[in-house]
Design a protein around this ligand. Structure first.
Ligand SMILES: [Fe+2]
Ligand SMILES: [Fe+2]
Length: 482
């Protein structure tokens, strides 16, 4: 069997020859019941018996890898899917550049590699847990289906990382795989590993912001790991990226459709001042300043996921050939970075300054810069273009990287979205100008009422241009009757 065909015969669909590896198969099959328990207890609340129009991967080729059909979520075929092997692949960066890519874990880097896989793996079930109650207030069946598609795929990403842990890390790997099901988003005693994955996702605006900003961090991390010299990790991440593209789409188009509904409502009654919040809200749509504040919140929480600007861990992961830069194989330099420098924003004597530092120590900063550029172009293309087309004088802007940070250079200071430093008192006094207030959140929460009729949408979100899998506007994406 070629490695681009997926074997659907066993309990666990895969293209990794699970049948030929009975030990691994037993390990995964014994993890499977705990996984299903996790899905039922901490996956989507309700809707487990409903038929959902989901895509399932049936191959790993660039074309035609998925098929659509009605599935009950617990019956979704979570599987282990790797992008096809690239013959003769070599390590593309770091101290081992040019050597053949590793098919087994290099002993000296075992701990570092296990940590990278575990941290990535921890984020996947976390987001499912964060989103578990959103089904009850979906603004349409189309959006309900998109939520569940993201959920089953994030859960598959958990499988992807558990496969690596169980196949390549023996007993420690099996223990880590259990821990991934034990930690819990937002739990005080046993939280998820990274801050943004312990925050609540209380409403659908938060869901779309999360998929736009936080899933995009996932995309950047997967890109960096897809460059890995450890070939199984690279192939795993390359396939995950094909699924991740749809999550990006859901976030950018979701907020775009909210913005579109707001602008259309304002134009309908002739409101041209976006800061006329009470009148805009009275139309049953979300005012643009509140959308901006939510963007400020999710963007700043997500920046913390990149870690400290100056990091010896990031340097080690690069030098050892485990984690590359974004699009490493398209960068025109020596891929070793000996003597190279990179500009970093730092806090010096109470001021934000640019400083050149060794590029190796600034790899987190570089990945974060690439992230900011990617997010910025999404904001322009999917959100600001909609506002401009509606003729409304407003622009959604990403806040300065020093704004609302808890990790790195700016953790100890406060700044406004323009990057002007504020005293602690000033921050407290003006916080509600920059970040959603309790009242803003209450207003959004008040809009969250489910719309379950095919083809209908809540007042605060516009319908999509086209359906999933080119289905017509009134397609029944989730069969609520049974
Ligand atoms: Fe994921
Ligand atoms: Fe994702």
């Amino acid at each position: 069997m070629s490695d681009s065909t997926v074997d659907y015969d066993g309990l666990i669909p895969n293209n990794v020859g699970l049948n030929a590896d009975p030990r691994l198969r037993r390990a995964l099959e014994s993890w499977h019941p705990s996984y299903l328990d996790w899905w039922k207890a901490r996956g989507p609340d309700g809707f487990q018996e409903n038929l959902v129009y989901l895509r399932t991967a049936i191959g790993v080729d660039a074309e035609g890898w998925a098929k659509f059909g009605y599935v009950r979520m617990p019956d979704y075929r979570w599987g282990i899917l790797l992008a096809p092997a690239v013959e003769g692949r070599t390590i593309g960066f770091g101290a081992h550049k040019g050597e053949p890519a590793w098919q087994e874990v290099p002993g000296e880097y075992r701990a570092l590699l296990r940590r990278l896989v575990t941290v990535q793996g921890d984020t996947e079930p976390a987001s499912v847990e964060q989103q578990r109650r959103l089904g009850a207030t979906a603004p349409s069946l189309y959006d309900l289906r998109n939520l569940f598609q993201v959920n089953v795929e994030e859960a598959r990403h958990l499988w992807a990382m558990v496969y690596l842990l169980q196949k390549y890390f023996g007993r420690d790997g099996r223990e880590e795989a259990e821990e991934l099901l034990r930690r819990r988003s937002g739990d005080r005693d046993s939280p998820r590993l990274l801050g943004a994955f312990n925050e609540a996702t209380p409403d659908w605006l938060a869901f779309f912001m999360f998929t736009f900003f936080t899933d995009r961090d996932g995309k950047m991390q997967l890109h960096a790991l897809a460059q890995s010299g450890f070939d199984p990790l690279s192939r795993t991440c390359r396939f995950m990226l094909t699924e991740e593209a749809h999550h990006m789409f859901i976030g950018q188009s979701g907020v775009g459709r909210i913005v579109e509904a707001t602008c259309a409502a304002m134009n309908r009654v002739g409101i041209d001042d976006p800061s006329d919040i009470e009148r805009v809200r009275a139309l049953g749509v979300i005012d643009l300043p509140t959308i901006q504040k939510r963007a400020n919140l999710h963007f700043s929480l997500t920046l913390d996921l990149f870690g400290s600007e100056i990091s010896s861990n990031a340097a080690n992961a690069f030098q050892s050939g485990l984690k590359g830069r974004y699009l490493e194989d398209q960068i025109d330099d020596d891929h070793v970075l000996a003597g190279a420098i990179y500009p970093v924003l730092r806090l010096k004597d109470g001021r934000i300054v640019r400083e050149d530092v060794p590029a190796l120590s600034a790899l987190n900063m570089r990945l974060r810069d690439d992230y900011v550029a990617d997010a910025q172009s999404g904001v322009e293309r999917w959100w600001n273009r909609v506002i401009a087309r509606a003729g409304i004088d407003f622009r959604i802007a990403l806040p300065h990287v020093a704004f609302n940070r808890r990790i790195g250079e700016f953790a100890a200071i406060e700044a406004d979205p323009a990057g002007t430093l504020l005293s602690a008192e000033e921050w407290v006094r003006r916080r509600a100008e920059f970040l959603p207030s309790a009242e803003d959140d209450r207003f959004v929460a008040g809009l969250m009422r489910p719309v379950a009729e095919p083809g209908k949408f809540a007042s605060w979100i516009a319908p999509p241009r086209t359906g999933i899998d080119n289905k017509p506007g009134d397609f029944e994406y989730v069969k609520l009757a049974g």
